[in-house]
Each structure stands twice: as structure tokens, then as C-alpha cells.
Design a binder for this molecule. Structure first.
Ligand SMILES: [Zn+2]
Length: 371
């Protein structure tokens, strides 16, 4: 509450128009004005203050005009008029000063920092569900002693197909149609560049770099010439793994993947291996995991089957080792297994997402559910 503004001053009638009487009247008015000005704290105070002194109808300046100037005898009018004008200017200046003080004060308080106000909350980024799932998978294998390998997304035909036992014109290439970089017709086929269709080229690159034993897990982005729909995307992610050593058997493969699936989906899940075909493994298998949502009874996630097919695997085909034989990978002495899984497919099962396209649309309403 602002201090009560004293408004006790009233304009007196002048007894006479002597210089002493005018000086006394002026001093009284000025002292009253300064006292009232000092009490003004708010915009509302200031409005009252200004109106009291300046209002056309019955403001103090108007009263001065009526009581002092108009009432003055004719011979004193000129002198009193000049004196009243000086008082008017003084009053206006005081009112302006008070206005400046009030609005200046408002400026300062707006700039002041109120430490009790809640802060501006900046939205925090979070891992994309695909990247999170990919990291979850990678971490399961890192815990088993696997290193992490990466490689180029633009690959040569040699690394993507030929060295993985997809000979030129082999029908298995049809299952992994991809995009080739244009203008390479003059190059030999094995040197032509393409968008990799799987992360498997990194298996060859790893074996070229390091002699056995190898245990590596390879996360990354891959490309297929697929039309986008609810379950297909021309760009998606894989995690592959490769283990090569003396005496690695299919039992090691089964044990490793069974452990990995339990680590990912819970210790209750079971795994099942079905015969399958991949050019770079022999024998090959598809792996299904018992449904981690319904426990195998049948639900929407497992399409009522109780099992979810999640990955492919197999023992490394001796033909693949032939390409890196010079670096210690003699197929007569060593053996290994490889496996691979689609990250989006696993994320879709884990989070019950029924459209793969949601991962790529960048819709915050979708993504913030994983933050
Ligand atoms: Zn189920």
C-alpha cells in the first residue's frame, strides 16, 4: 500500500500583492508540492497527484489562475501573471520528475531476477528407440567379450557380395537388391560401389585386419531396394556378430544366442533354431524366441503363434574363409559362427510398434514416449 498522500494544501486567497506576500504564497505552494511529490509511489498515486495539480477543472493550477491572477488588481496583473507562469512551469517539472521516477522504478523491477520463479525448462534429447535398441543389443555382446566393429555404408561389390559367397549372377543376390552408385560401368564388377545391403562386409574387413581369434559385433545402417510399407524400409539397421577360433561349434552358436536373447528379453524366453539358407553360412538357421509378452500362449505381438522369429545365423561357410585365408583363416584349422538381426524388427516387438515408418518420421509425439 502506498503511503497516504497528504492533500491538506489548499490555495489561499492573497491578502495583498506585495512581493513578500507573493514569496510567502509561492514558498507554501512549493513546499506542499514537493511533499506530495515525495509520497507518490505508484502509477495510480501519480495519476491522482497529476490530476490534483493539473486538472483543468478545479486543479490547483486552475485555482491559482482564478484566485491569484484573476483577482489581482489591474496594476499588479502583469507582474502576478509572470509569477504565476513560473509557478506553473515549476509544478509541471515536478510532475514530470515524479513520472520519470515511477516508470524508471518499474523498469528496474522488471529487470530484477526473481530466483523463486521456476526456470525455463529446455527439452532434453533422448536416444532414438532404434539407436537405444541397437545399443542394448551391442551391450549384451560386449558383456560377453565382443569388440564393436564398424565399416563404410558405401561398399564395393566385392565386400558386400563376392567375398560373402554371393558370386556374380548368383540368384541369392536377388534377395538383397540394392542401389548402385551411377557411372561405374567402366570398373570391374567387384570394384563397383553400392549401398551395403547388410553389415556383413565388416566381417570380412575385420578378418582382413586381424588374425583369429575374433569376436566382434557390428551395428550399422543398411539399404535394400524395398518399397516402404508398415514392415519394410529401404534403410534400416542391423547388428551382426562374428566369432572365429579353433573348435567353434554349432553348440557355441546356440549357447551364445540363447544367452543373448535371455539377456535382451528376460531369462524366461526360450529359443528355437530352424534350418535356413544364407550364402555365407553353412549350415544356416533362423532363430525364433518364445514370445516375451505372452510367454508363448499367443498374442498380438507373436501373431498368436507364441514364437517370434528374430534372427538369422549359421556356421561361417568355408568359402568365406578362403577370401581371408592369407591372414590365418585356414578353413581346415579354424571355424566360426555368424549371426545377424534387424534392429527395427526387435524394437517393434519390444515396444509394440506396428508401423516401421514411425521410426523415421521424426514426430516428437512418437519419439518422446521413449525419452
Ligand atoms: Zn505373444
Amino acid at each position: 500500500m502506498a503511503a497516504e498522500v497528504s492533500t491538506t494544501y489548499t490555495v489561499p486567497k492573497l491578502e495583498d500583492y506585495s512581493a513578500a506576500a507573493l514569496d510567502r504564497a509561492a514558498a507554501e505552494l512549493q513546499s506542499a508540492l514537493e511533499q506530495e511529490a515525495g509520497a507518490v509511489q505508484t502509477e495510480a498515486d501519480h495519476k491522482n497527484f497529476r490530476d490534483r495539480w493539473m486538472a483543468r477543472k478545479n486543479g490547483i493550477l486552475t485555482q491559482i489562475n482564478d484566485l491569484w491572477l484573476k483577482a489581482a488588481p489591474n496594476e499588479a496583473k502583469r507582474e502576478v501573471g509572470r509569477w504565476v507562469n513560473e509557478l506553473k512551469i515549476f509544478v509541471e517539472q515536478q510532475i514530470e520528475k515524479v513520472q520519470a521516477r515511477i516508470s524508471g522504478g518499474a523498469q528496474v523491477s522488471a529487470d530484477k531476477l526473481d530466483v523463486t520463479l521456476p526456470g525455463t525448462r529446455r527439452p532434453l534429447g533422448a536416444e532414438h528407440p532404434v539407436i537405444k535398441t541397437m545399443n542394448d543389443i551391442v551391450n549384451v555382446f560386449r558383456a560377453m567379450g565382443y569388440s564393436v566393429g564398424t565399416g563404410p555404408e558405401i561398399e564395393t561389390d566385392y565386400y558386400n557380395f563376392e567375398s560373402l559367397n554371393f558370386p556374380p549372377n548368383h540368384p541369392a543376390r536377388d534377395t538383397q537388391d540394392t542401389l548402385f552408385i551411377a557411372g561405374q560401368e567402366s570398373k570391374p564388377q567387384r570394384e563397383r560401389l553400392l549401398l551395403r545391403t547388410h553389415t556383413s562386409p565388416v566381417q570380412i574387413r575385420t578378418m582382413e585386419r586381424q588374425p583369429p581369434p575374433v569376436r566382434v559385433v557390428i551395428p550399422g545402417k543398411v539399404h535394400r531396394s524395398d518399397t516402404a510399407d508398415a514392415t519394410h524400409s529401404p534403410v534400416f539397421h542391423q547388428v551382426e556378430g562374428l566369432a572365429v577360433d579353433n573348435d567353434i561349434t554349432f553348440c557355441d552358436l546356440k549357447g551364445t544366442l540363447d544367452h543373448a536373447m535371455k539377456a535382451l528379453f528376460g531369462s524366461d524366453v526360450k529359443t528355437r533354431f530352424f534350418p535356413s539358407f544364407f550364402p555365407f553360412t553353412e549350415p544356416s538357421a533362423d532363430v525364433a524366441v518364445s514370445c516375451f509378452k505372452c510367454g508363448g500362449k499367443g498374442c498380438r505381438i507373436c501373431k498368436q503363434g507364441g514364437w517370434i522369429e528374430l534372427l538369422g545365423c549359421g556356421m561361417v561357410d568355408p568359402n568365406v574363409f578362403e577370401f581371408v585365408k592369407g591372414n590365418g583363416y585356414d578353413p581346415a584349422k579354424i571355424s566360426g559362427f555368424a549371426f545377424g538381426m534387424g534392429v527395427e524388427r526387435i524394437a517393434m516387438c519390444m515396444y509394440e510398434i506396428d508401423d516401421i515408418q514411425l521410426f523415421y518420421q521424426g514426430d516428437i509425439r512418437f519419439l518422446e514416449q521413449f525419452a
